[in-house]
Design a protein around this ligand. Structure first.
Ligand SMILES: [Zn+2]
Length: 171
């Protein structure tokens, strides 16, 4: 994801004084000239007029970054839902149970004649095959669901960092 650039901003590098900085992670900025990384202790900034303009800019950058992260999170959330549904294979589960129930019903209706009971075999076989298929589907799609779930968590963590920063700025 692209980082946010603040060119000619009110945020100055504490090392070289340049006003060309990039917001990287959390509240950490990187100076594009001297590569110094820095952040602000938001509780410690005096409310002078000059600082107020800078704080407004910080607020804008943090909001923008938060919105970007929320967009990314939603993308991964959609993928997570897609692969969760795929890996759960609910339809095949229901189908296998139906097959089994038909077989059981057949067994009951024909009594205990061993010859006629053979009629239940296809239903039981279908039950087992569908369960095996379901296992395969789970194995195939579950890792994707897990991967996207971890992504969603990662973005949620980052978003909460900006929520906290913004709440500090609006205090
Ligand atoms: Zn610098």
């Amino acid at each position: 994801m692209k980082s946010l650039k603040a060119e000619c901003s009110n945020i100055h590098c504490p090392s070289c004084g340049a006003a060309k900085v990039v917001l990287t992670d959390g509240d950490v900025f990187r100076c594009e000239y001297c590569d110094t990384k820095f952040n602000f202790d938001l509780d410690d900034i005096e409310p002078s007029t000059e600082n107020k303009i800078m704080l407004e800019e910080l607020k804008g950058l943090f909001s923008e970054k938060k919105a970007l992260l929320e967009g990314e999170k939603q993308k991964y959330k959609n993928l997570l839902v897609y692969y969760s549904v795929k890996s759960s294979a609910k339809k095949s589960e229901i189908l296998s149970v139906v097959c089994l129930l038909i077989s059981v019903a057949f067994l009951f209706s024909v009594g205990i004649s061993p010859f006629l009971a053979l009629g239940a075999v296809p239903g039981i076989a279908a039950f087992i095959l569908i369960l095996l298929y379901r296992k395969k589907v789970y194995k195939k799609y579950h890792p994707f669901a897990q991967y996207f779930a971890s992504k969603v968590v990662k973005y949620e963590e980052q978003i909460s960092v900006y929520t906290k920063l913004l709440s500090k700025l609006t205090e």
